[in-house]
Design a protein around this ligand. Structure first.
Ligand code: ATP
Ligand code: MG
Length: 180
């Protein structure tokens, strides 16, 4: 399983549609300060369901929508699609390629899609749970995360191992059953 492609349209500094192809192995993104490198990792975080504007380096969620520049009008919608290679079948869905899409309008309305079919945020969460690619997983390491892991409380460190071991899904289902 690996990220194959990231498509952004109206997301942060990416006003026009942009497609970035990734391949297996390591990808490095280089560019001058302010060129949008961090916005790319924000897009990955966002499409996987991030709900905290702060985690996306903003104050309000609406700030992910292209705000316009001196010579370009602002946009009414941000859209990001992340295409994941699933030929090893780690994602519990019968497709070799899984496209996760998130859209957000200025009205605040959001849409989520899996392979172009509208779904709930919860469906995306369940699909990626225990694979390590979720926003709480260990594949998105933000600044300061390493020192968090090293210096954190034992319980927080345990959560990281639980995600890696694949028991988070069962814990979440158990908690839900107990609430009923
Ligand atoms: P550095 O090397 O300094 O870390 P970077 O390549 O990571 O830079 P980013 O932080 O990804 O740069 O991009 C910052 C740019 O994105 C800024 O110019 C900012 O104005 C622009 N930007 C962020 N949000 C929006 C938005 N909603 N609309 C338009 N531009 C935006
Ligand atoms: Mg940066």
């Amino acid at each position: 399983m690996y990220f194959k492609r990231l498509e952004m349209h109206g997301f942060k500094s990416f006003a026009e549609p942009v497609v970035i192809e990734f391949h297996e192995g390591v990808t490095c993104i280089v560019g001058p300060n302010g060129s949008g490198k961090s916005n790319i990792s924000d897009a990955i975080r966002w499409v996987l369901g991030e709900q905290s504007p702060k985690a996306l380096r903003g104050g309000k969620m609406e700030e992910v929508i292209f705000a316009g520049t001196a010579d370009r009008k602002s946009r009414g919608m941000a859209e990001v699609t992340l295409v994941i290679d699933n030929s090893t079948g780690i994602l519990d869905i019968d497709y070799n390629e899984v496209a996760i899409t998130r859209r957000m309008y200025r009205s605040g309305e959001s849409e989520y899609l899996i392979n172009n079919n509208q779904c709930r945020l919860r469906d995306i969460r369940e699909l990626i749970m225990d694979t390590g690619i979720g926003v709480d997983g260990y594949s998105l390491i933000g600044q300061g995360k390493i020192s968090d892991i090293v210096s954190n409380k034992p319980e927080s460190r345990r959560e990281i191992f639980e995600e890696a071991a694949g028991v988070v899904m069962y814990k979440s289902k158990k908690a839900e059953a107990e609430r009923k």
